[in-house]
Ligand binder design. Structure first.
Ligand SMILES: [Zn+2]
Length: 196
């Protein structure tokens, strides 16, 4: 069980997005084919996160919760699989990601959906074993990637500075790293910001 979802539902983040973007929401059919030609699969749950892994192309659009209070394990585990460490064997690299981090990604995607942007979160890096982290250029030694609490990603057709600004506005966020060259880092550790 976890409780941050309800805070997200009440948060100014989602409410603000909804009120600012009513017009585009009315004019934009949900989950039509997007600019990439991809169509997000339909699920009855609203707690669906759509991920794609940059290196392998594998994707998952899965509900991590059905009721917003408890974890839906089959969907959650598939999402964790997309976020695994690709540099080590599966049994070592596929771990349970922080639920708060999953929620933070979901709320960023919800914000974009309300702006009429139907695209997957394309994952560059999720969980990292300490060994992989040590071999990652520029990685912090105490990176939250090693705690399964951080994700590096971009969203197709979304400018990196806009994406970083959305992450900064997300109430569930901890650290946000802005890398203009191609990705944003989002973790759920202490709140901080940096530009890479
Ligand atoms: Zn990162």
């Amino acid at each position: 069980m976890y409780e941050t979802m309800c805070q997200l539902d009440r948060g100014a983040f989602i409410a603000g997005a909804a009120s600012a973007l009513v017009t585009s929401a009315l004019l934009t059919p949900l989950w039509r084919a997007n600019a990439s030609g991809l169509v997000k699969p339909q699920h009855s749950s609203r707690y669906v996160l759509w991920l794609q892994r940059m290196q392998t192309g594998e994707s998952a659009a899965e509900p991590f919760s059905v009721d917003g209070r408890s974890v839906y394990m089959p969907g959650y585990e598939r999402l964790c699989g997309v976020l695994r460490d690709l540099h080590v064997p599966l049994q070592e690299g596929d771990v349970q990601m922080s639920m708060r981090t999953i929620e933070a990604l979901w709320s960023v995607q919800q914000y974009l959906a309300r702006a009429g942007i139907q695209e997957p979160i394309v994952v560059h890096s999720g969980y990292r074993t300490p060994r992989t982290n040590a071999n990652t250029e520029g990685a912090a030694r105490q990176s939250y990637h090693m705690w399964a609490m951080a994700v590096d990603f971009h969203v197709p057709n979304v400018a990196m500075d806009y994406l970083a600004a959305i992450c900064m506005a997300c109430p569930a966020r901890g650290g946000v790293g802005y890398y203009p060259g191609g990705w944003v880092h989002l973790d759920t550790g202490p709140q901080r910001y940096w530009s890479g």
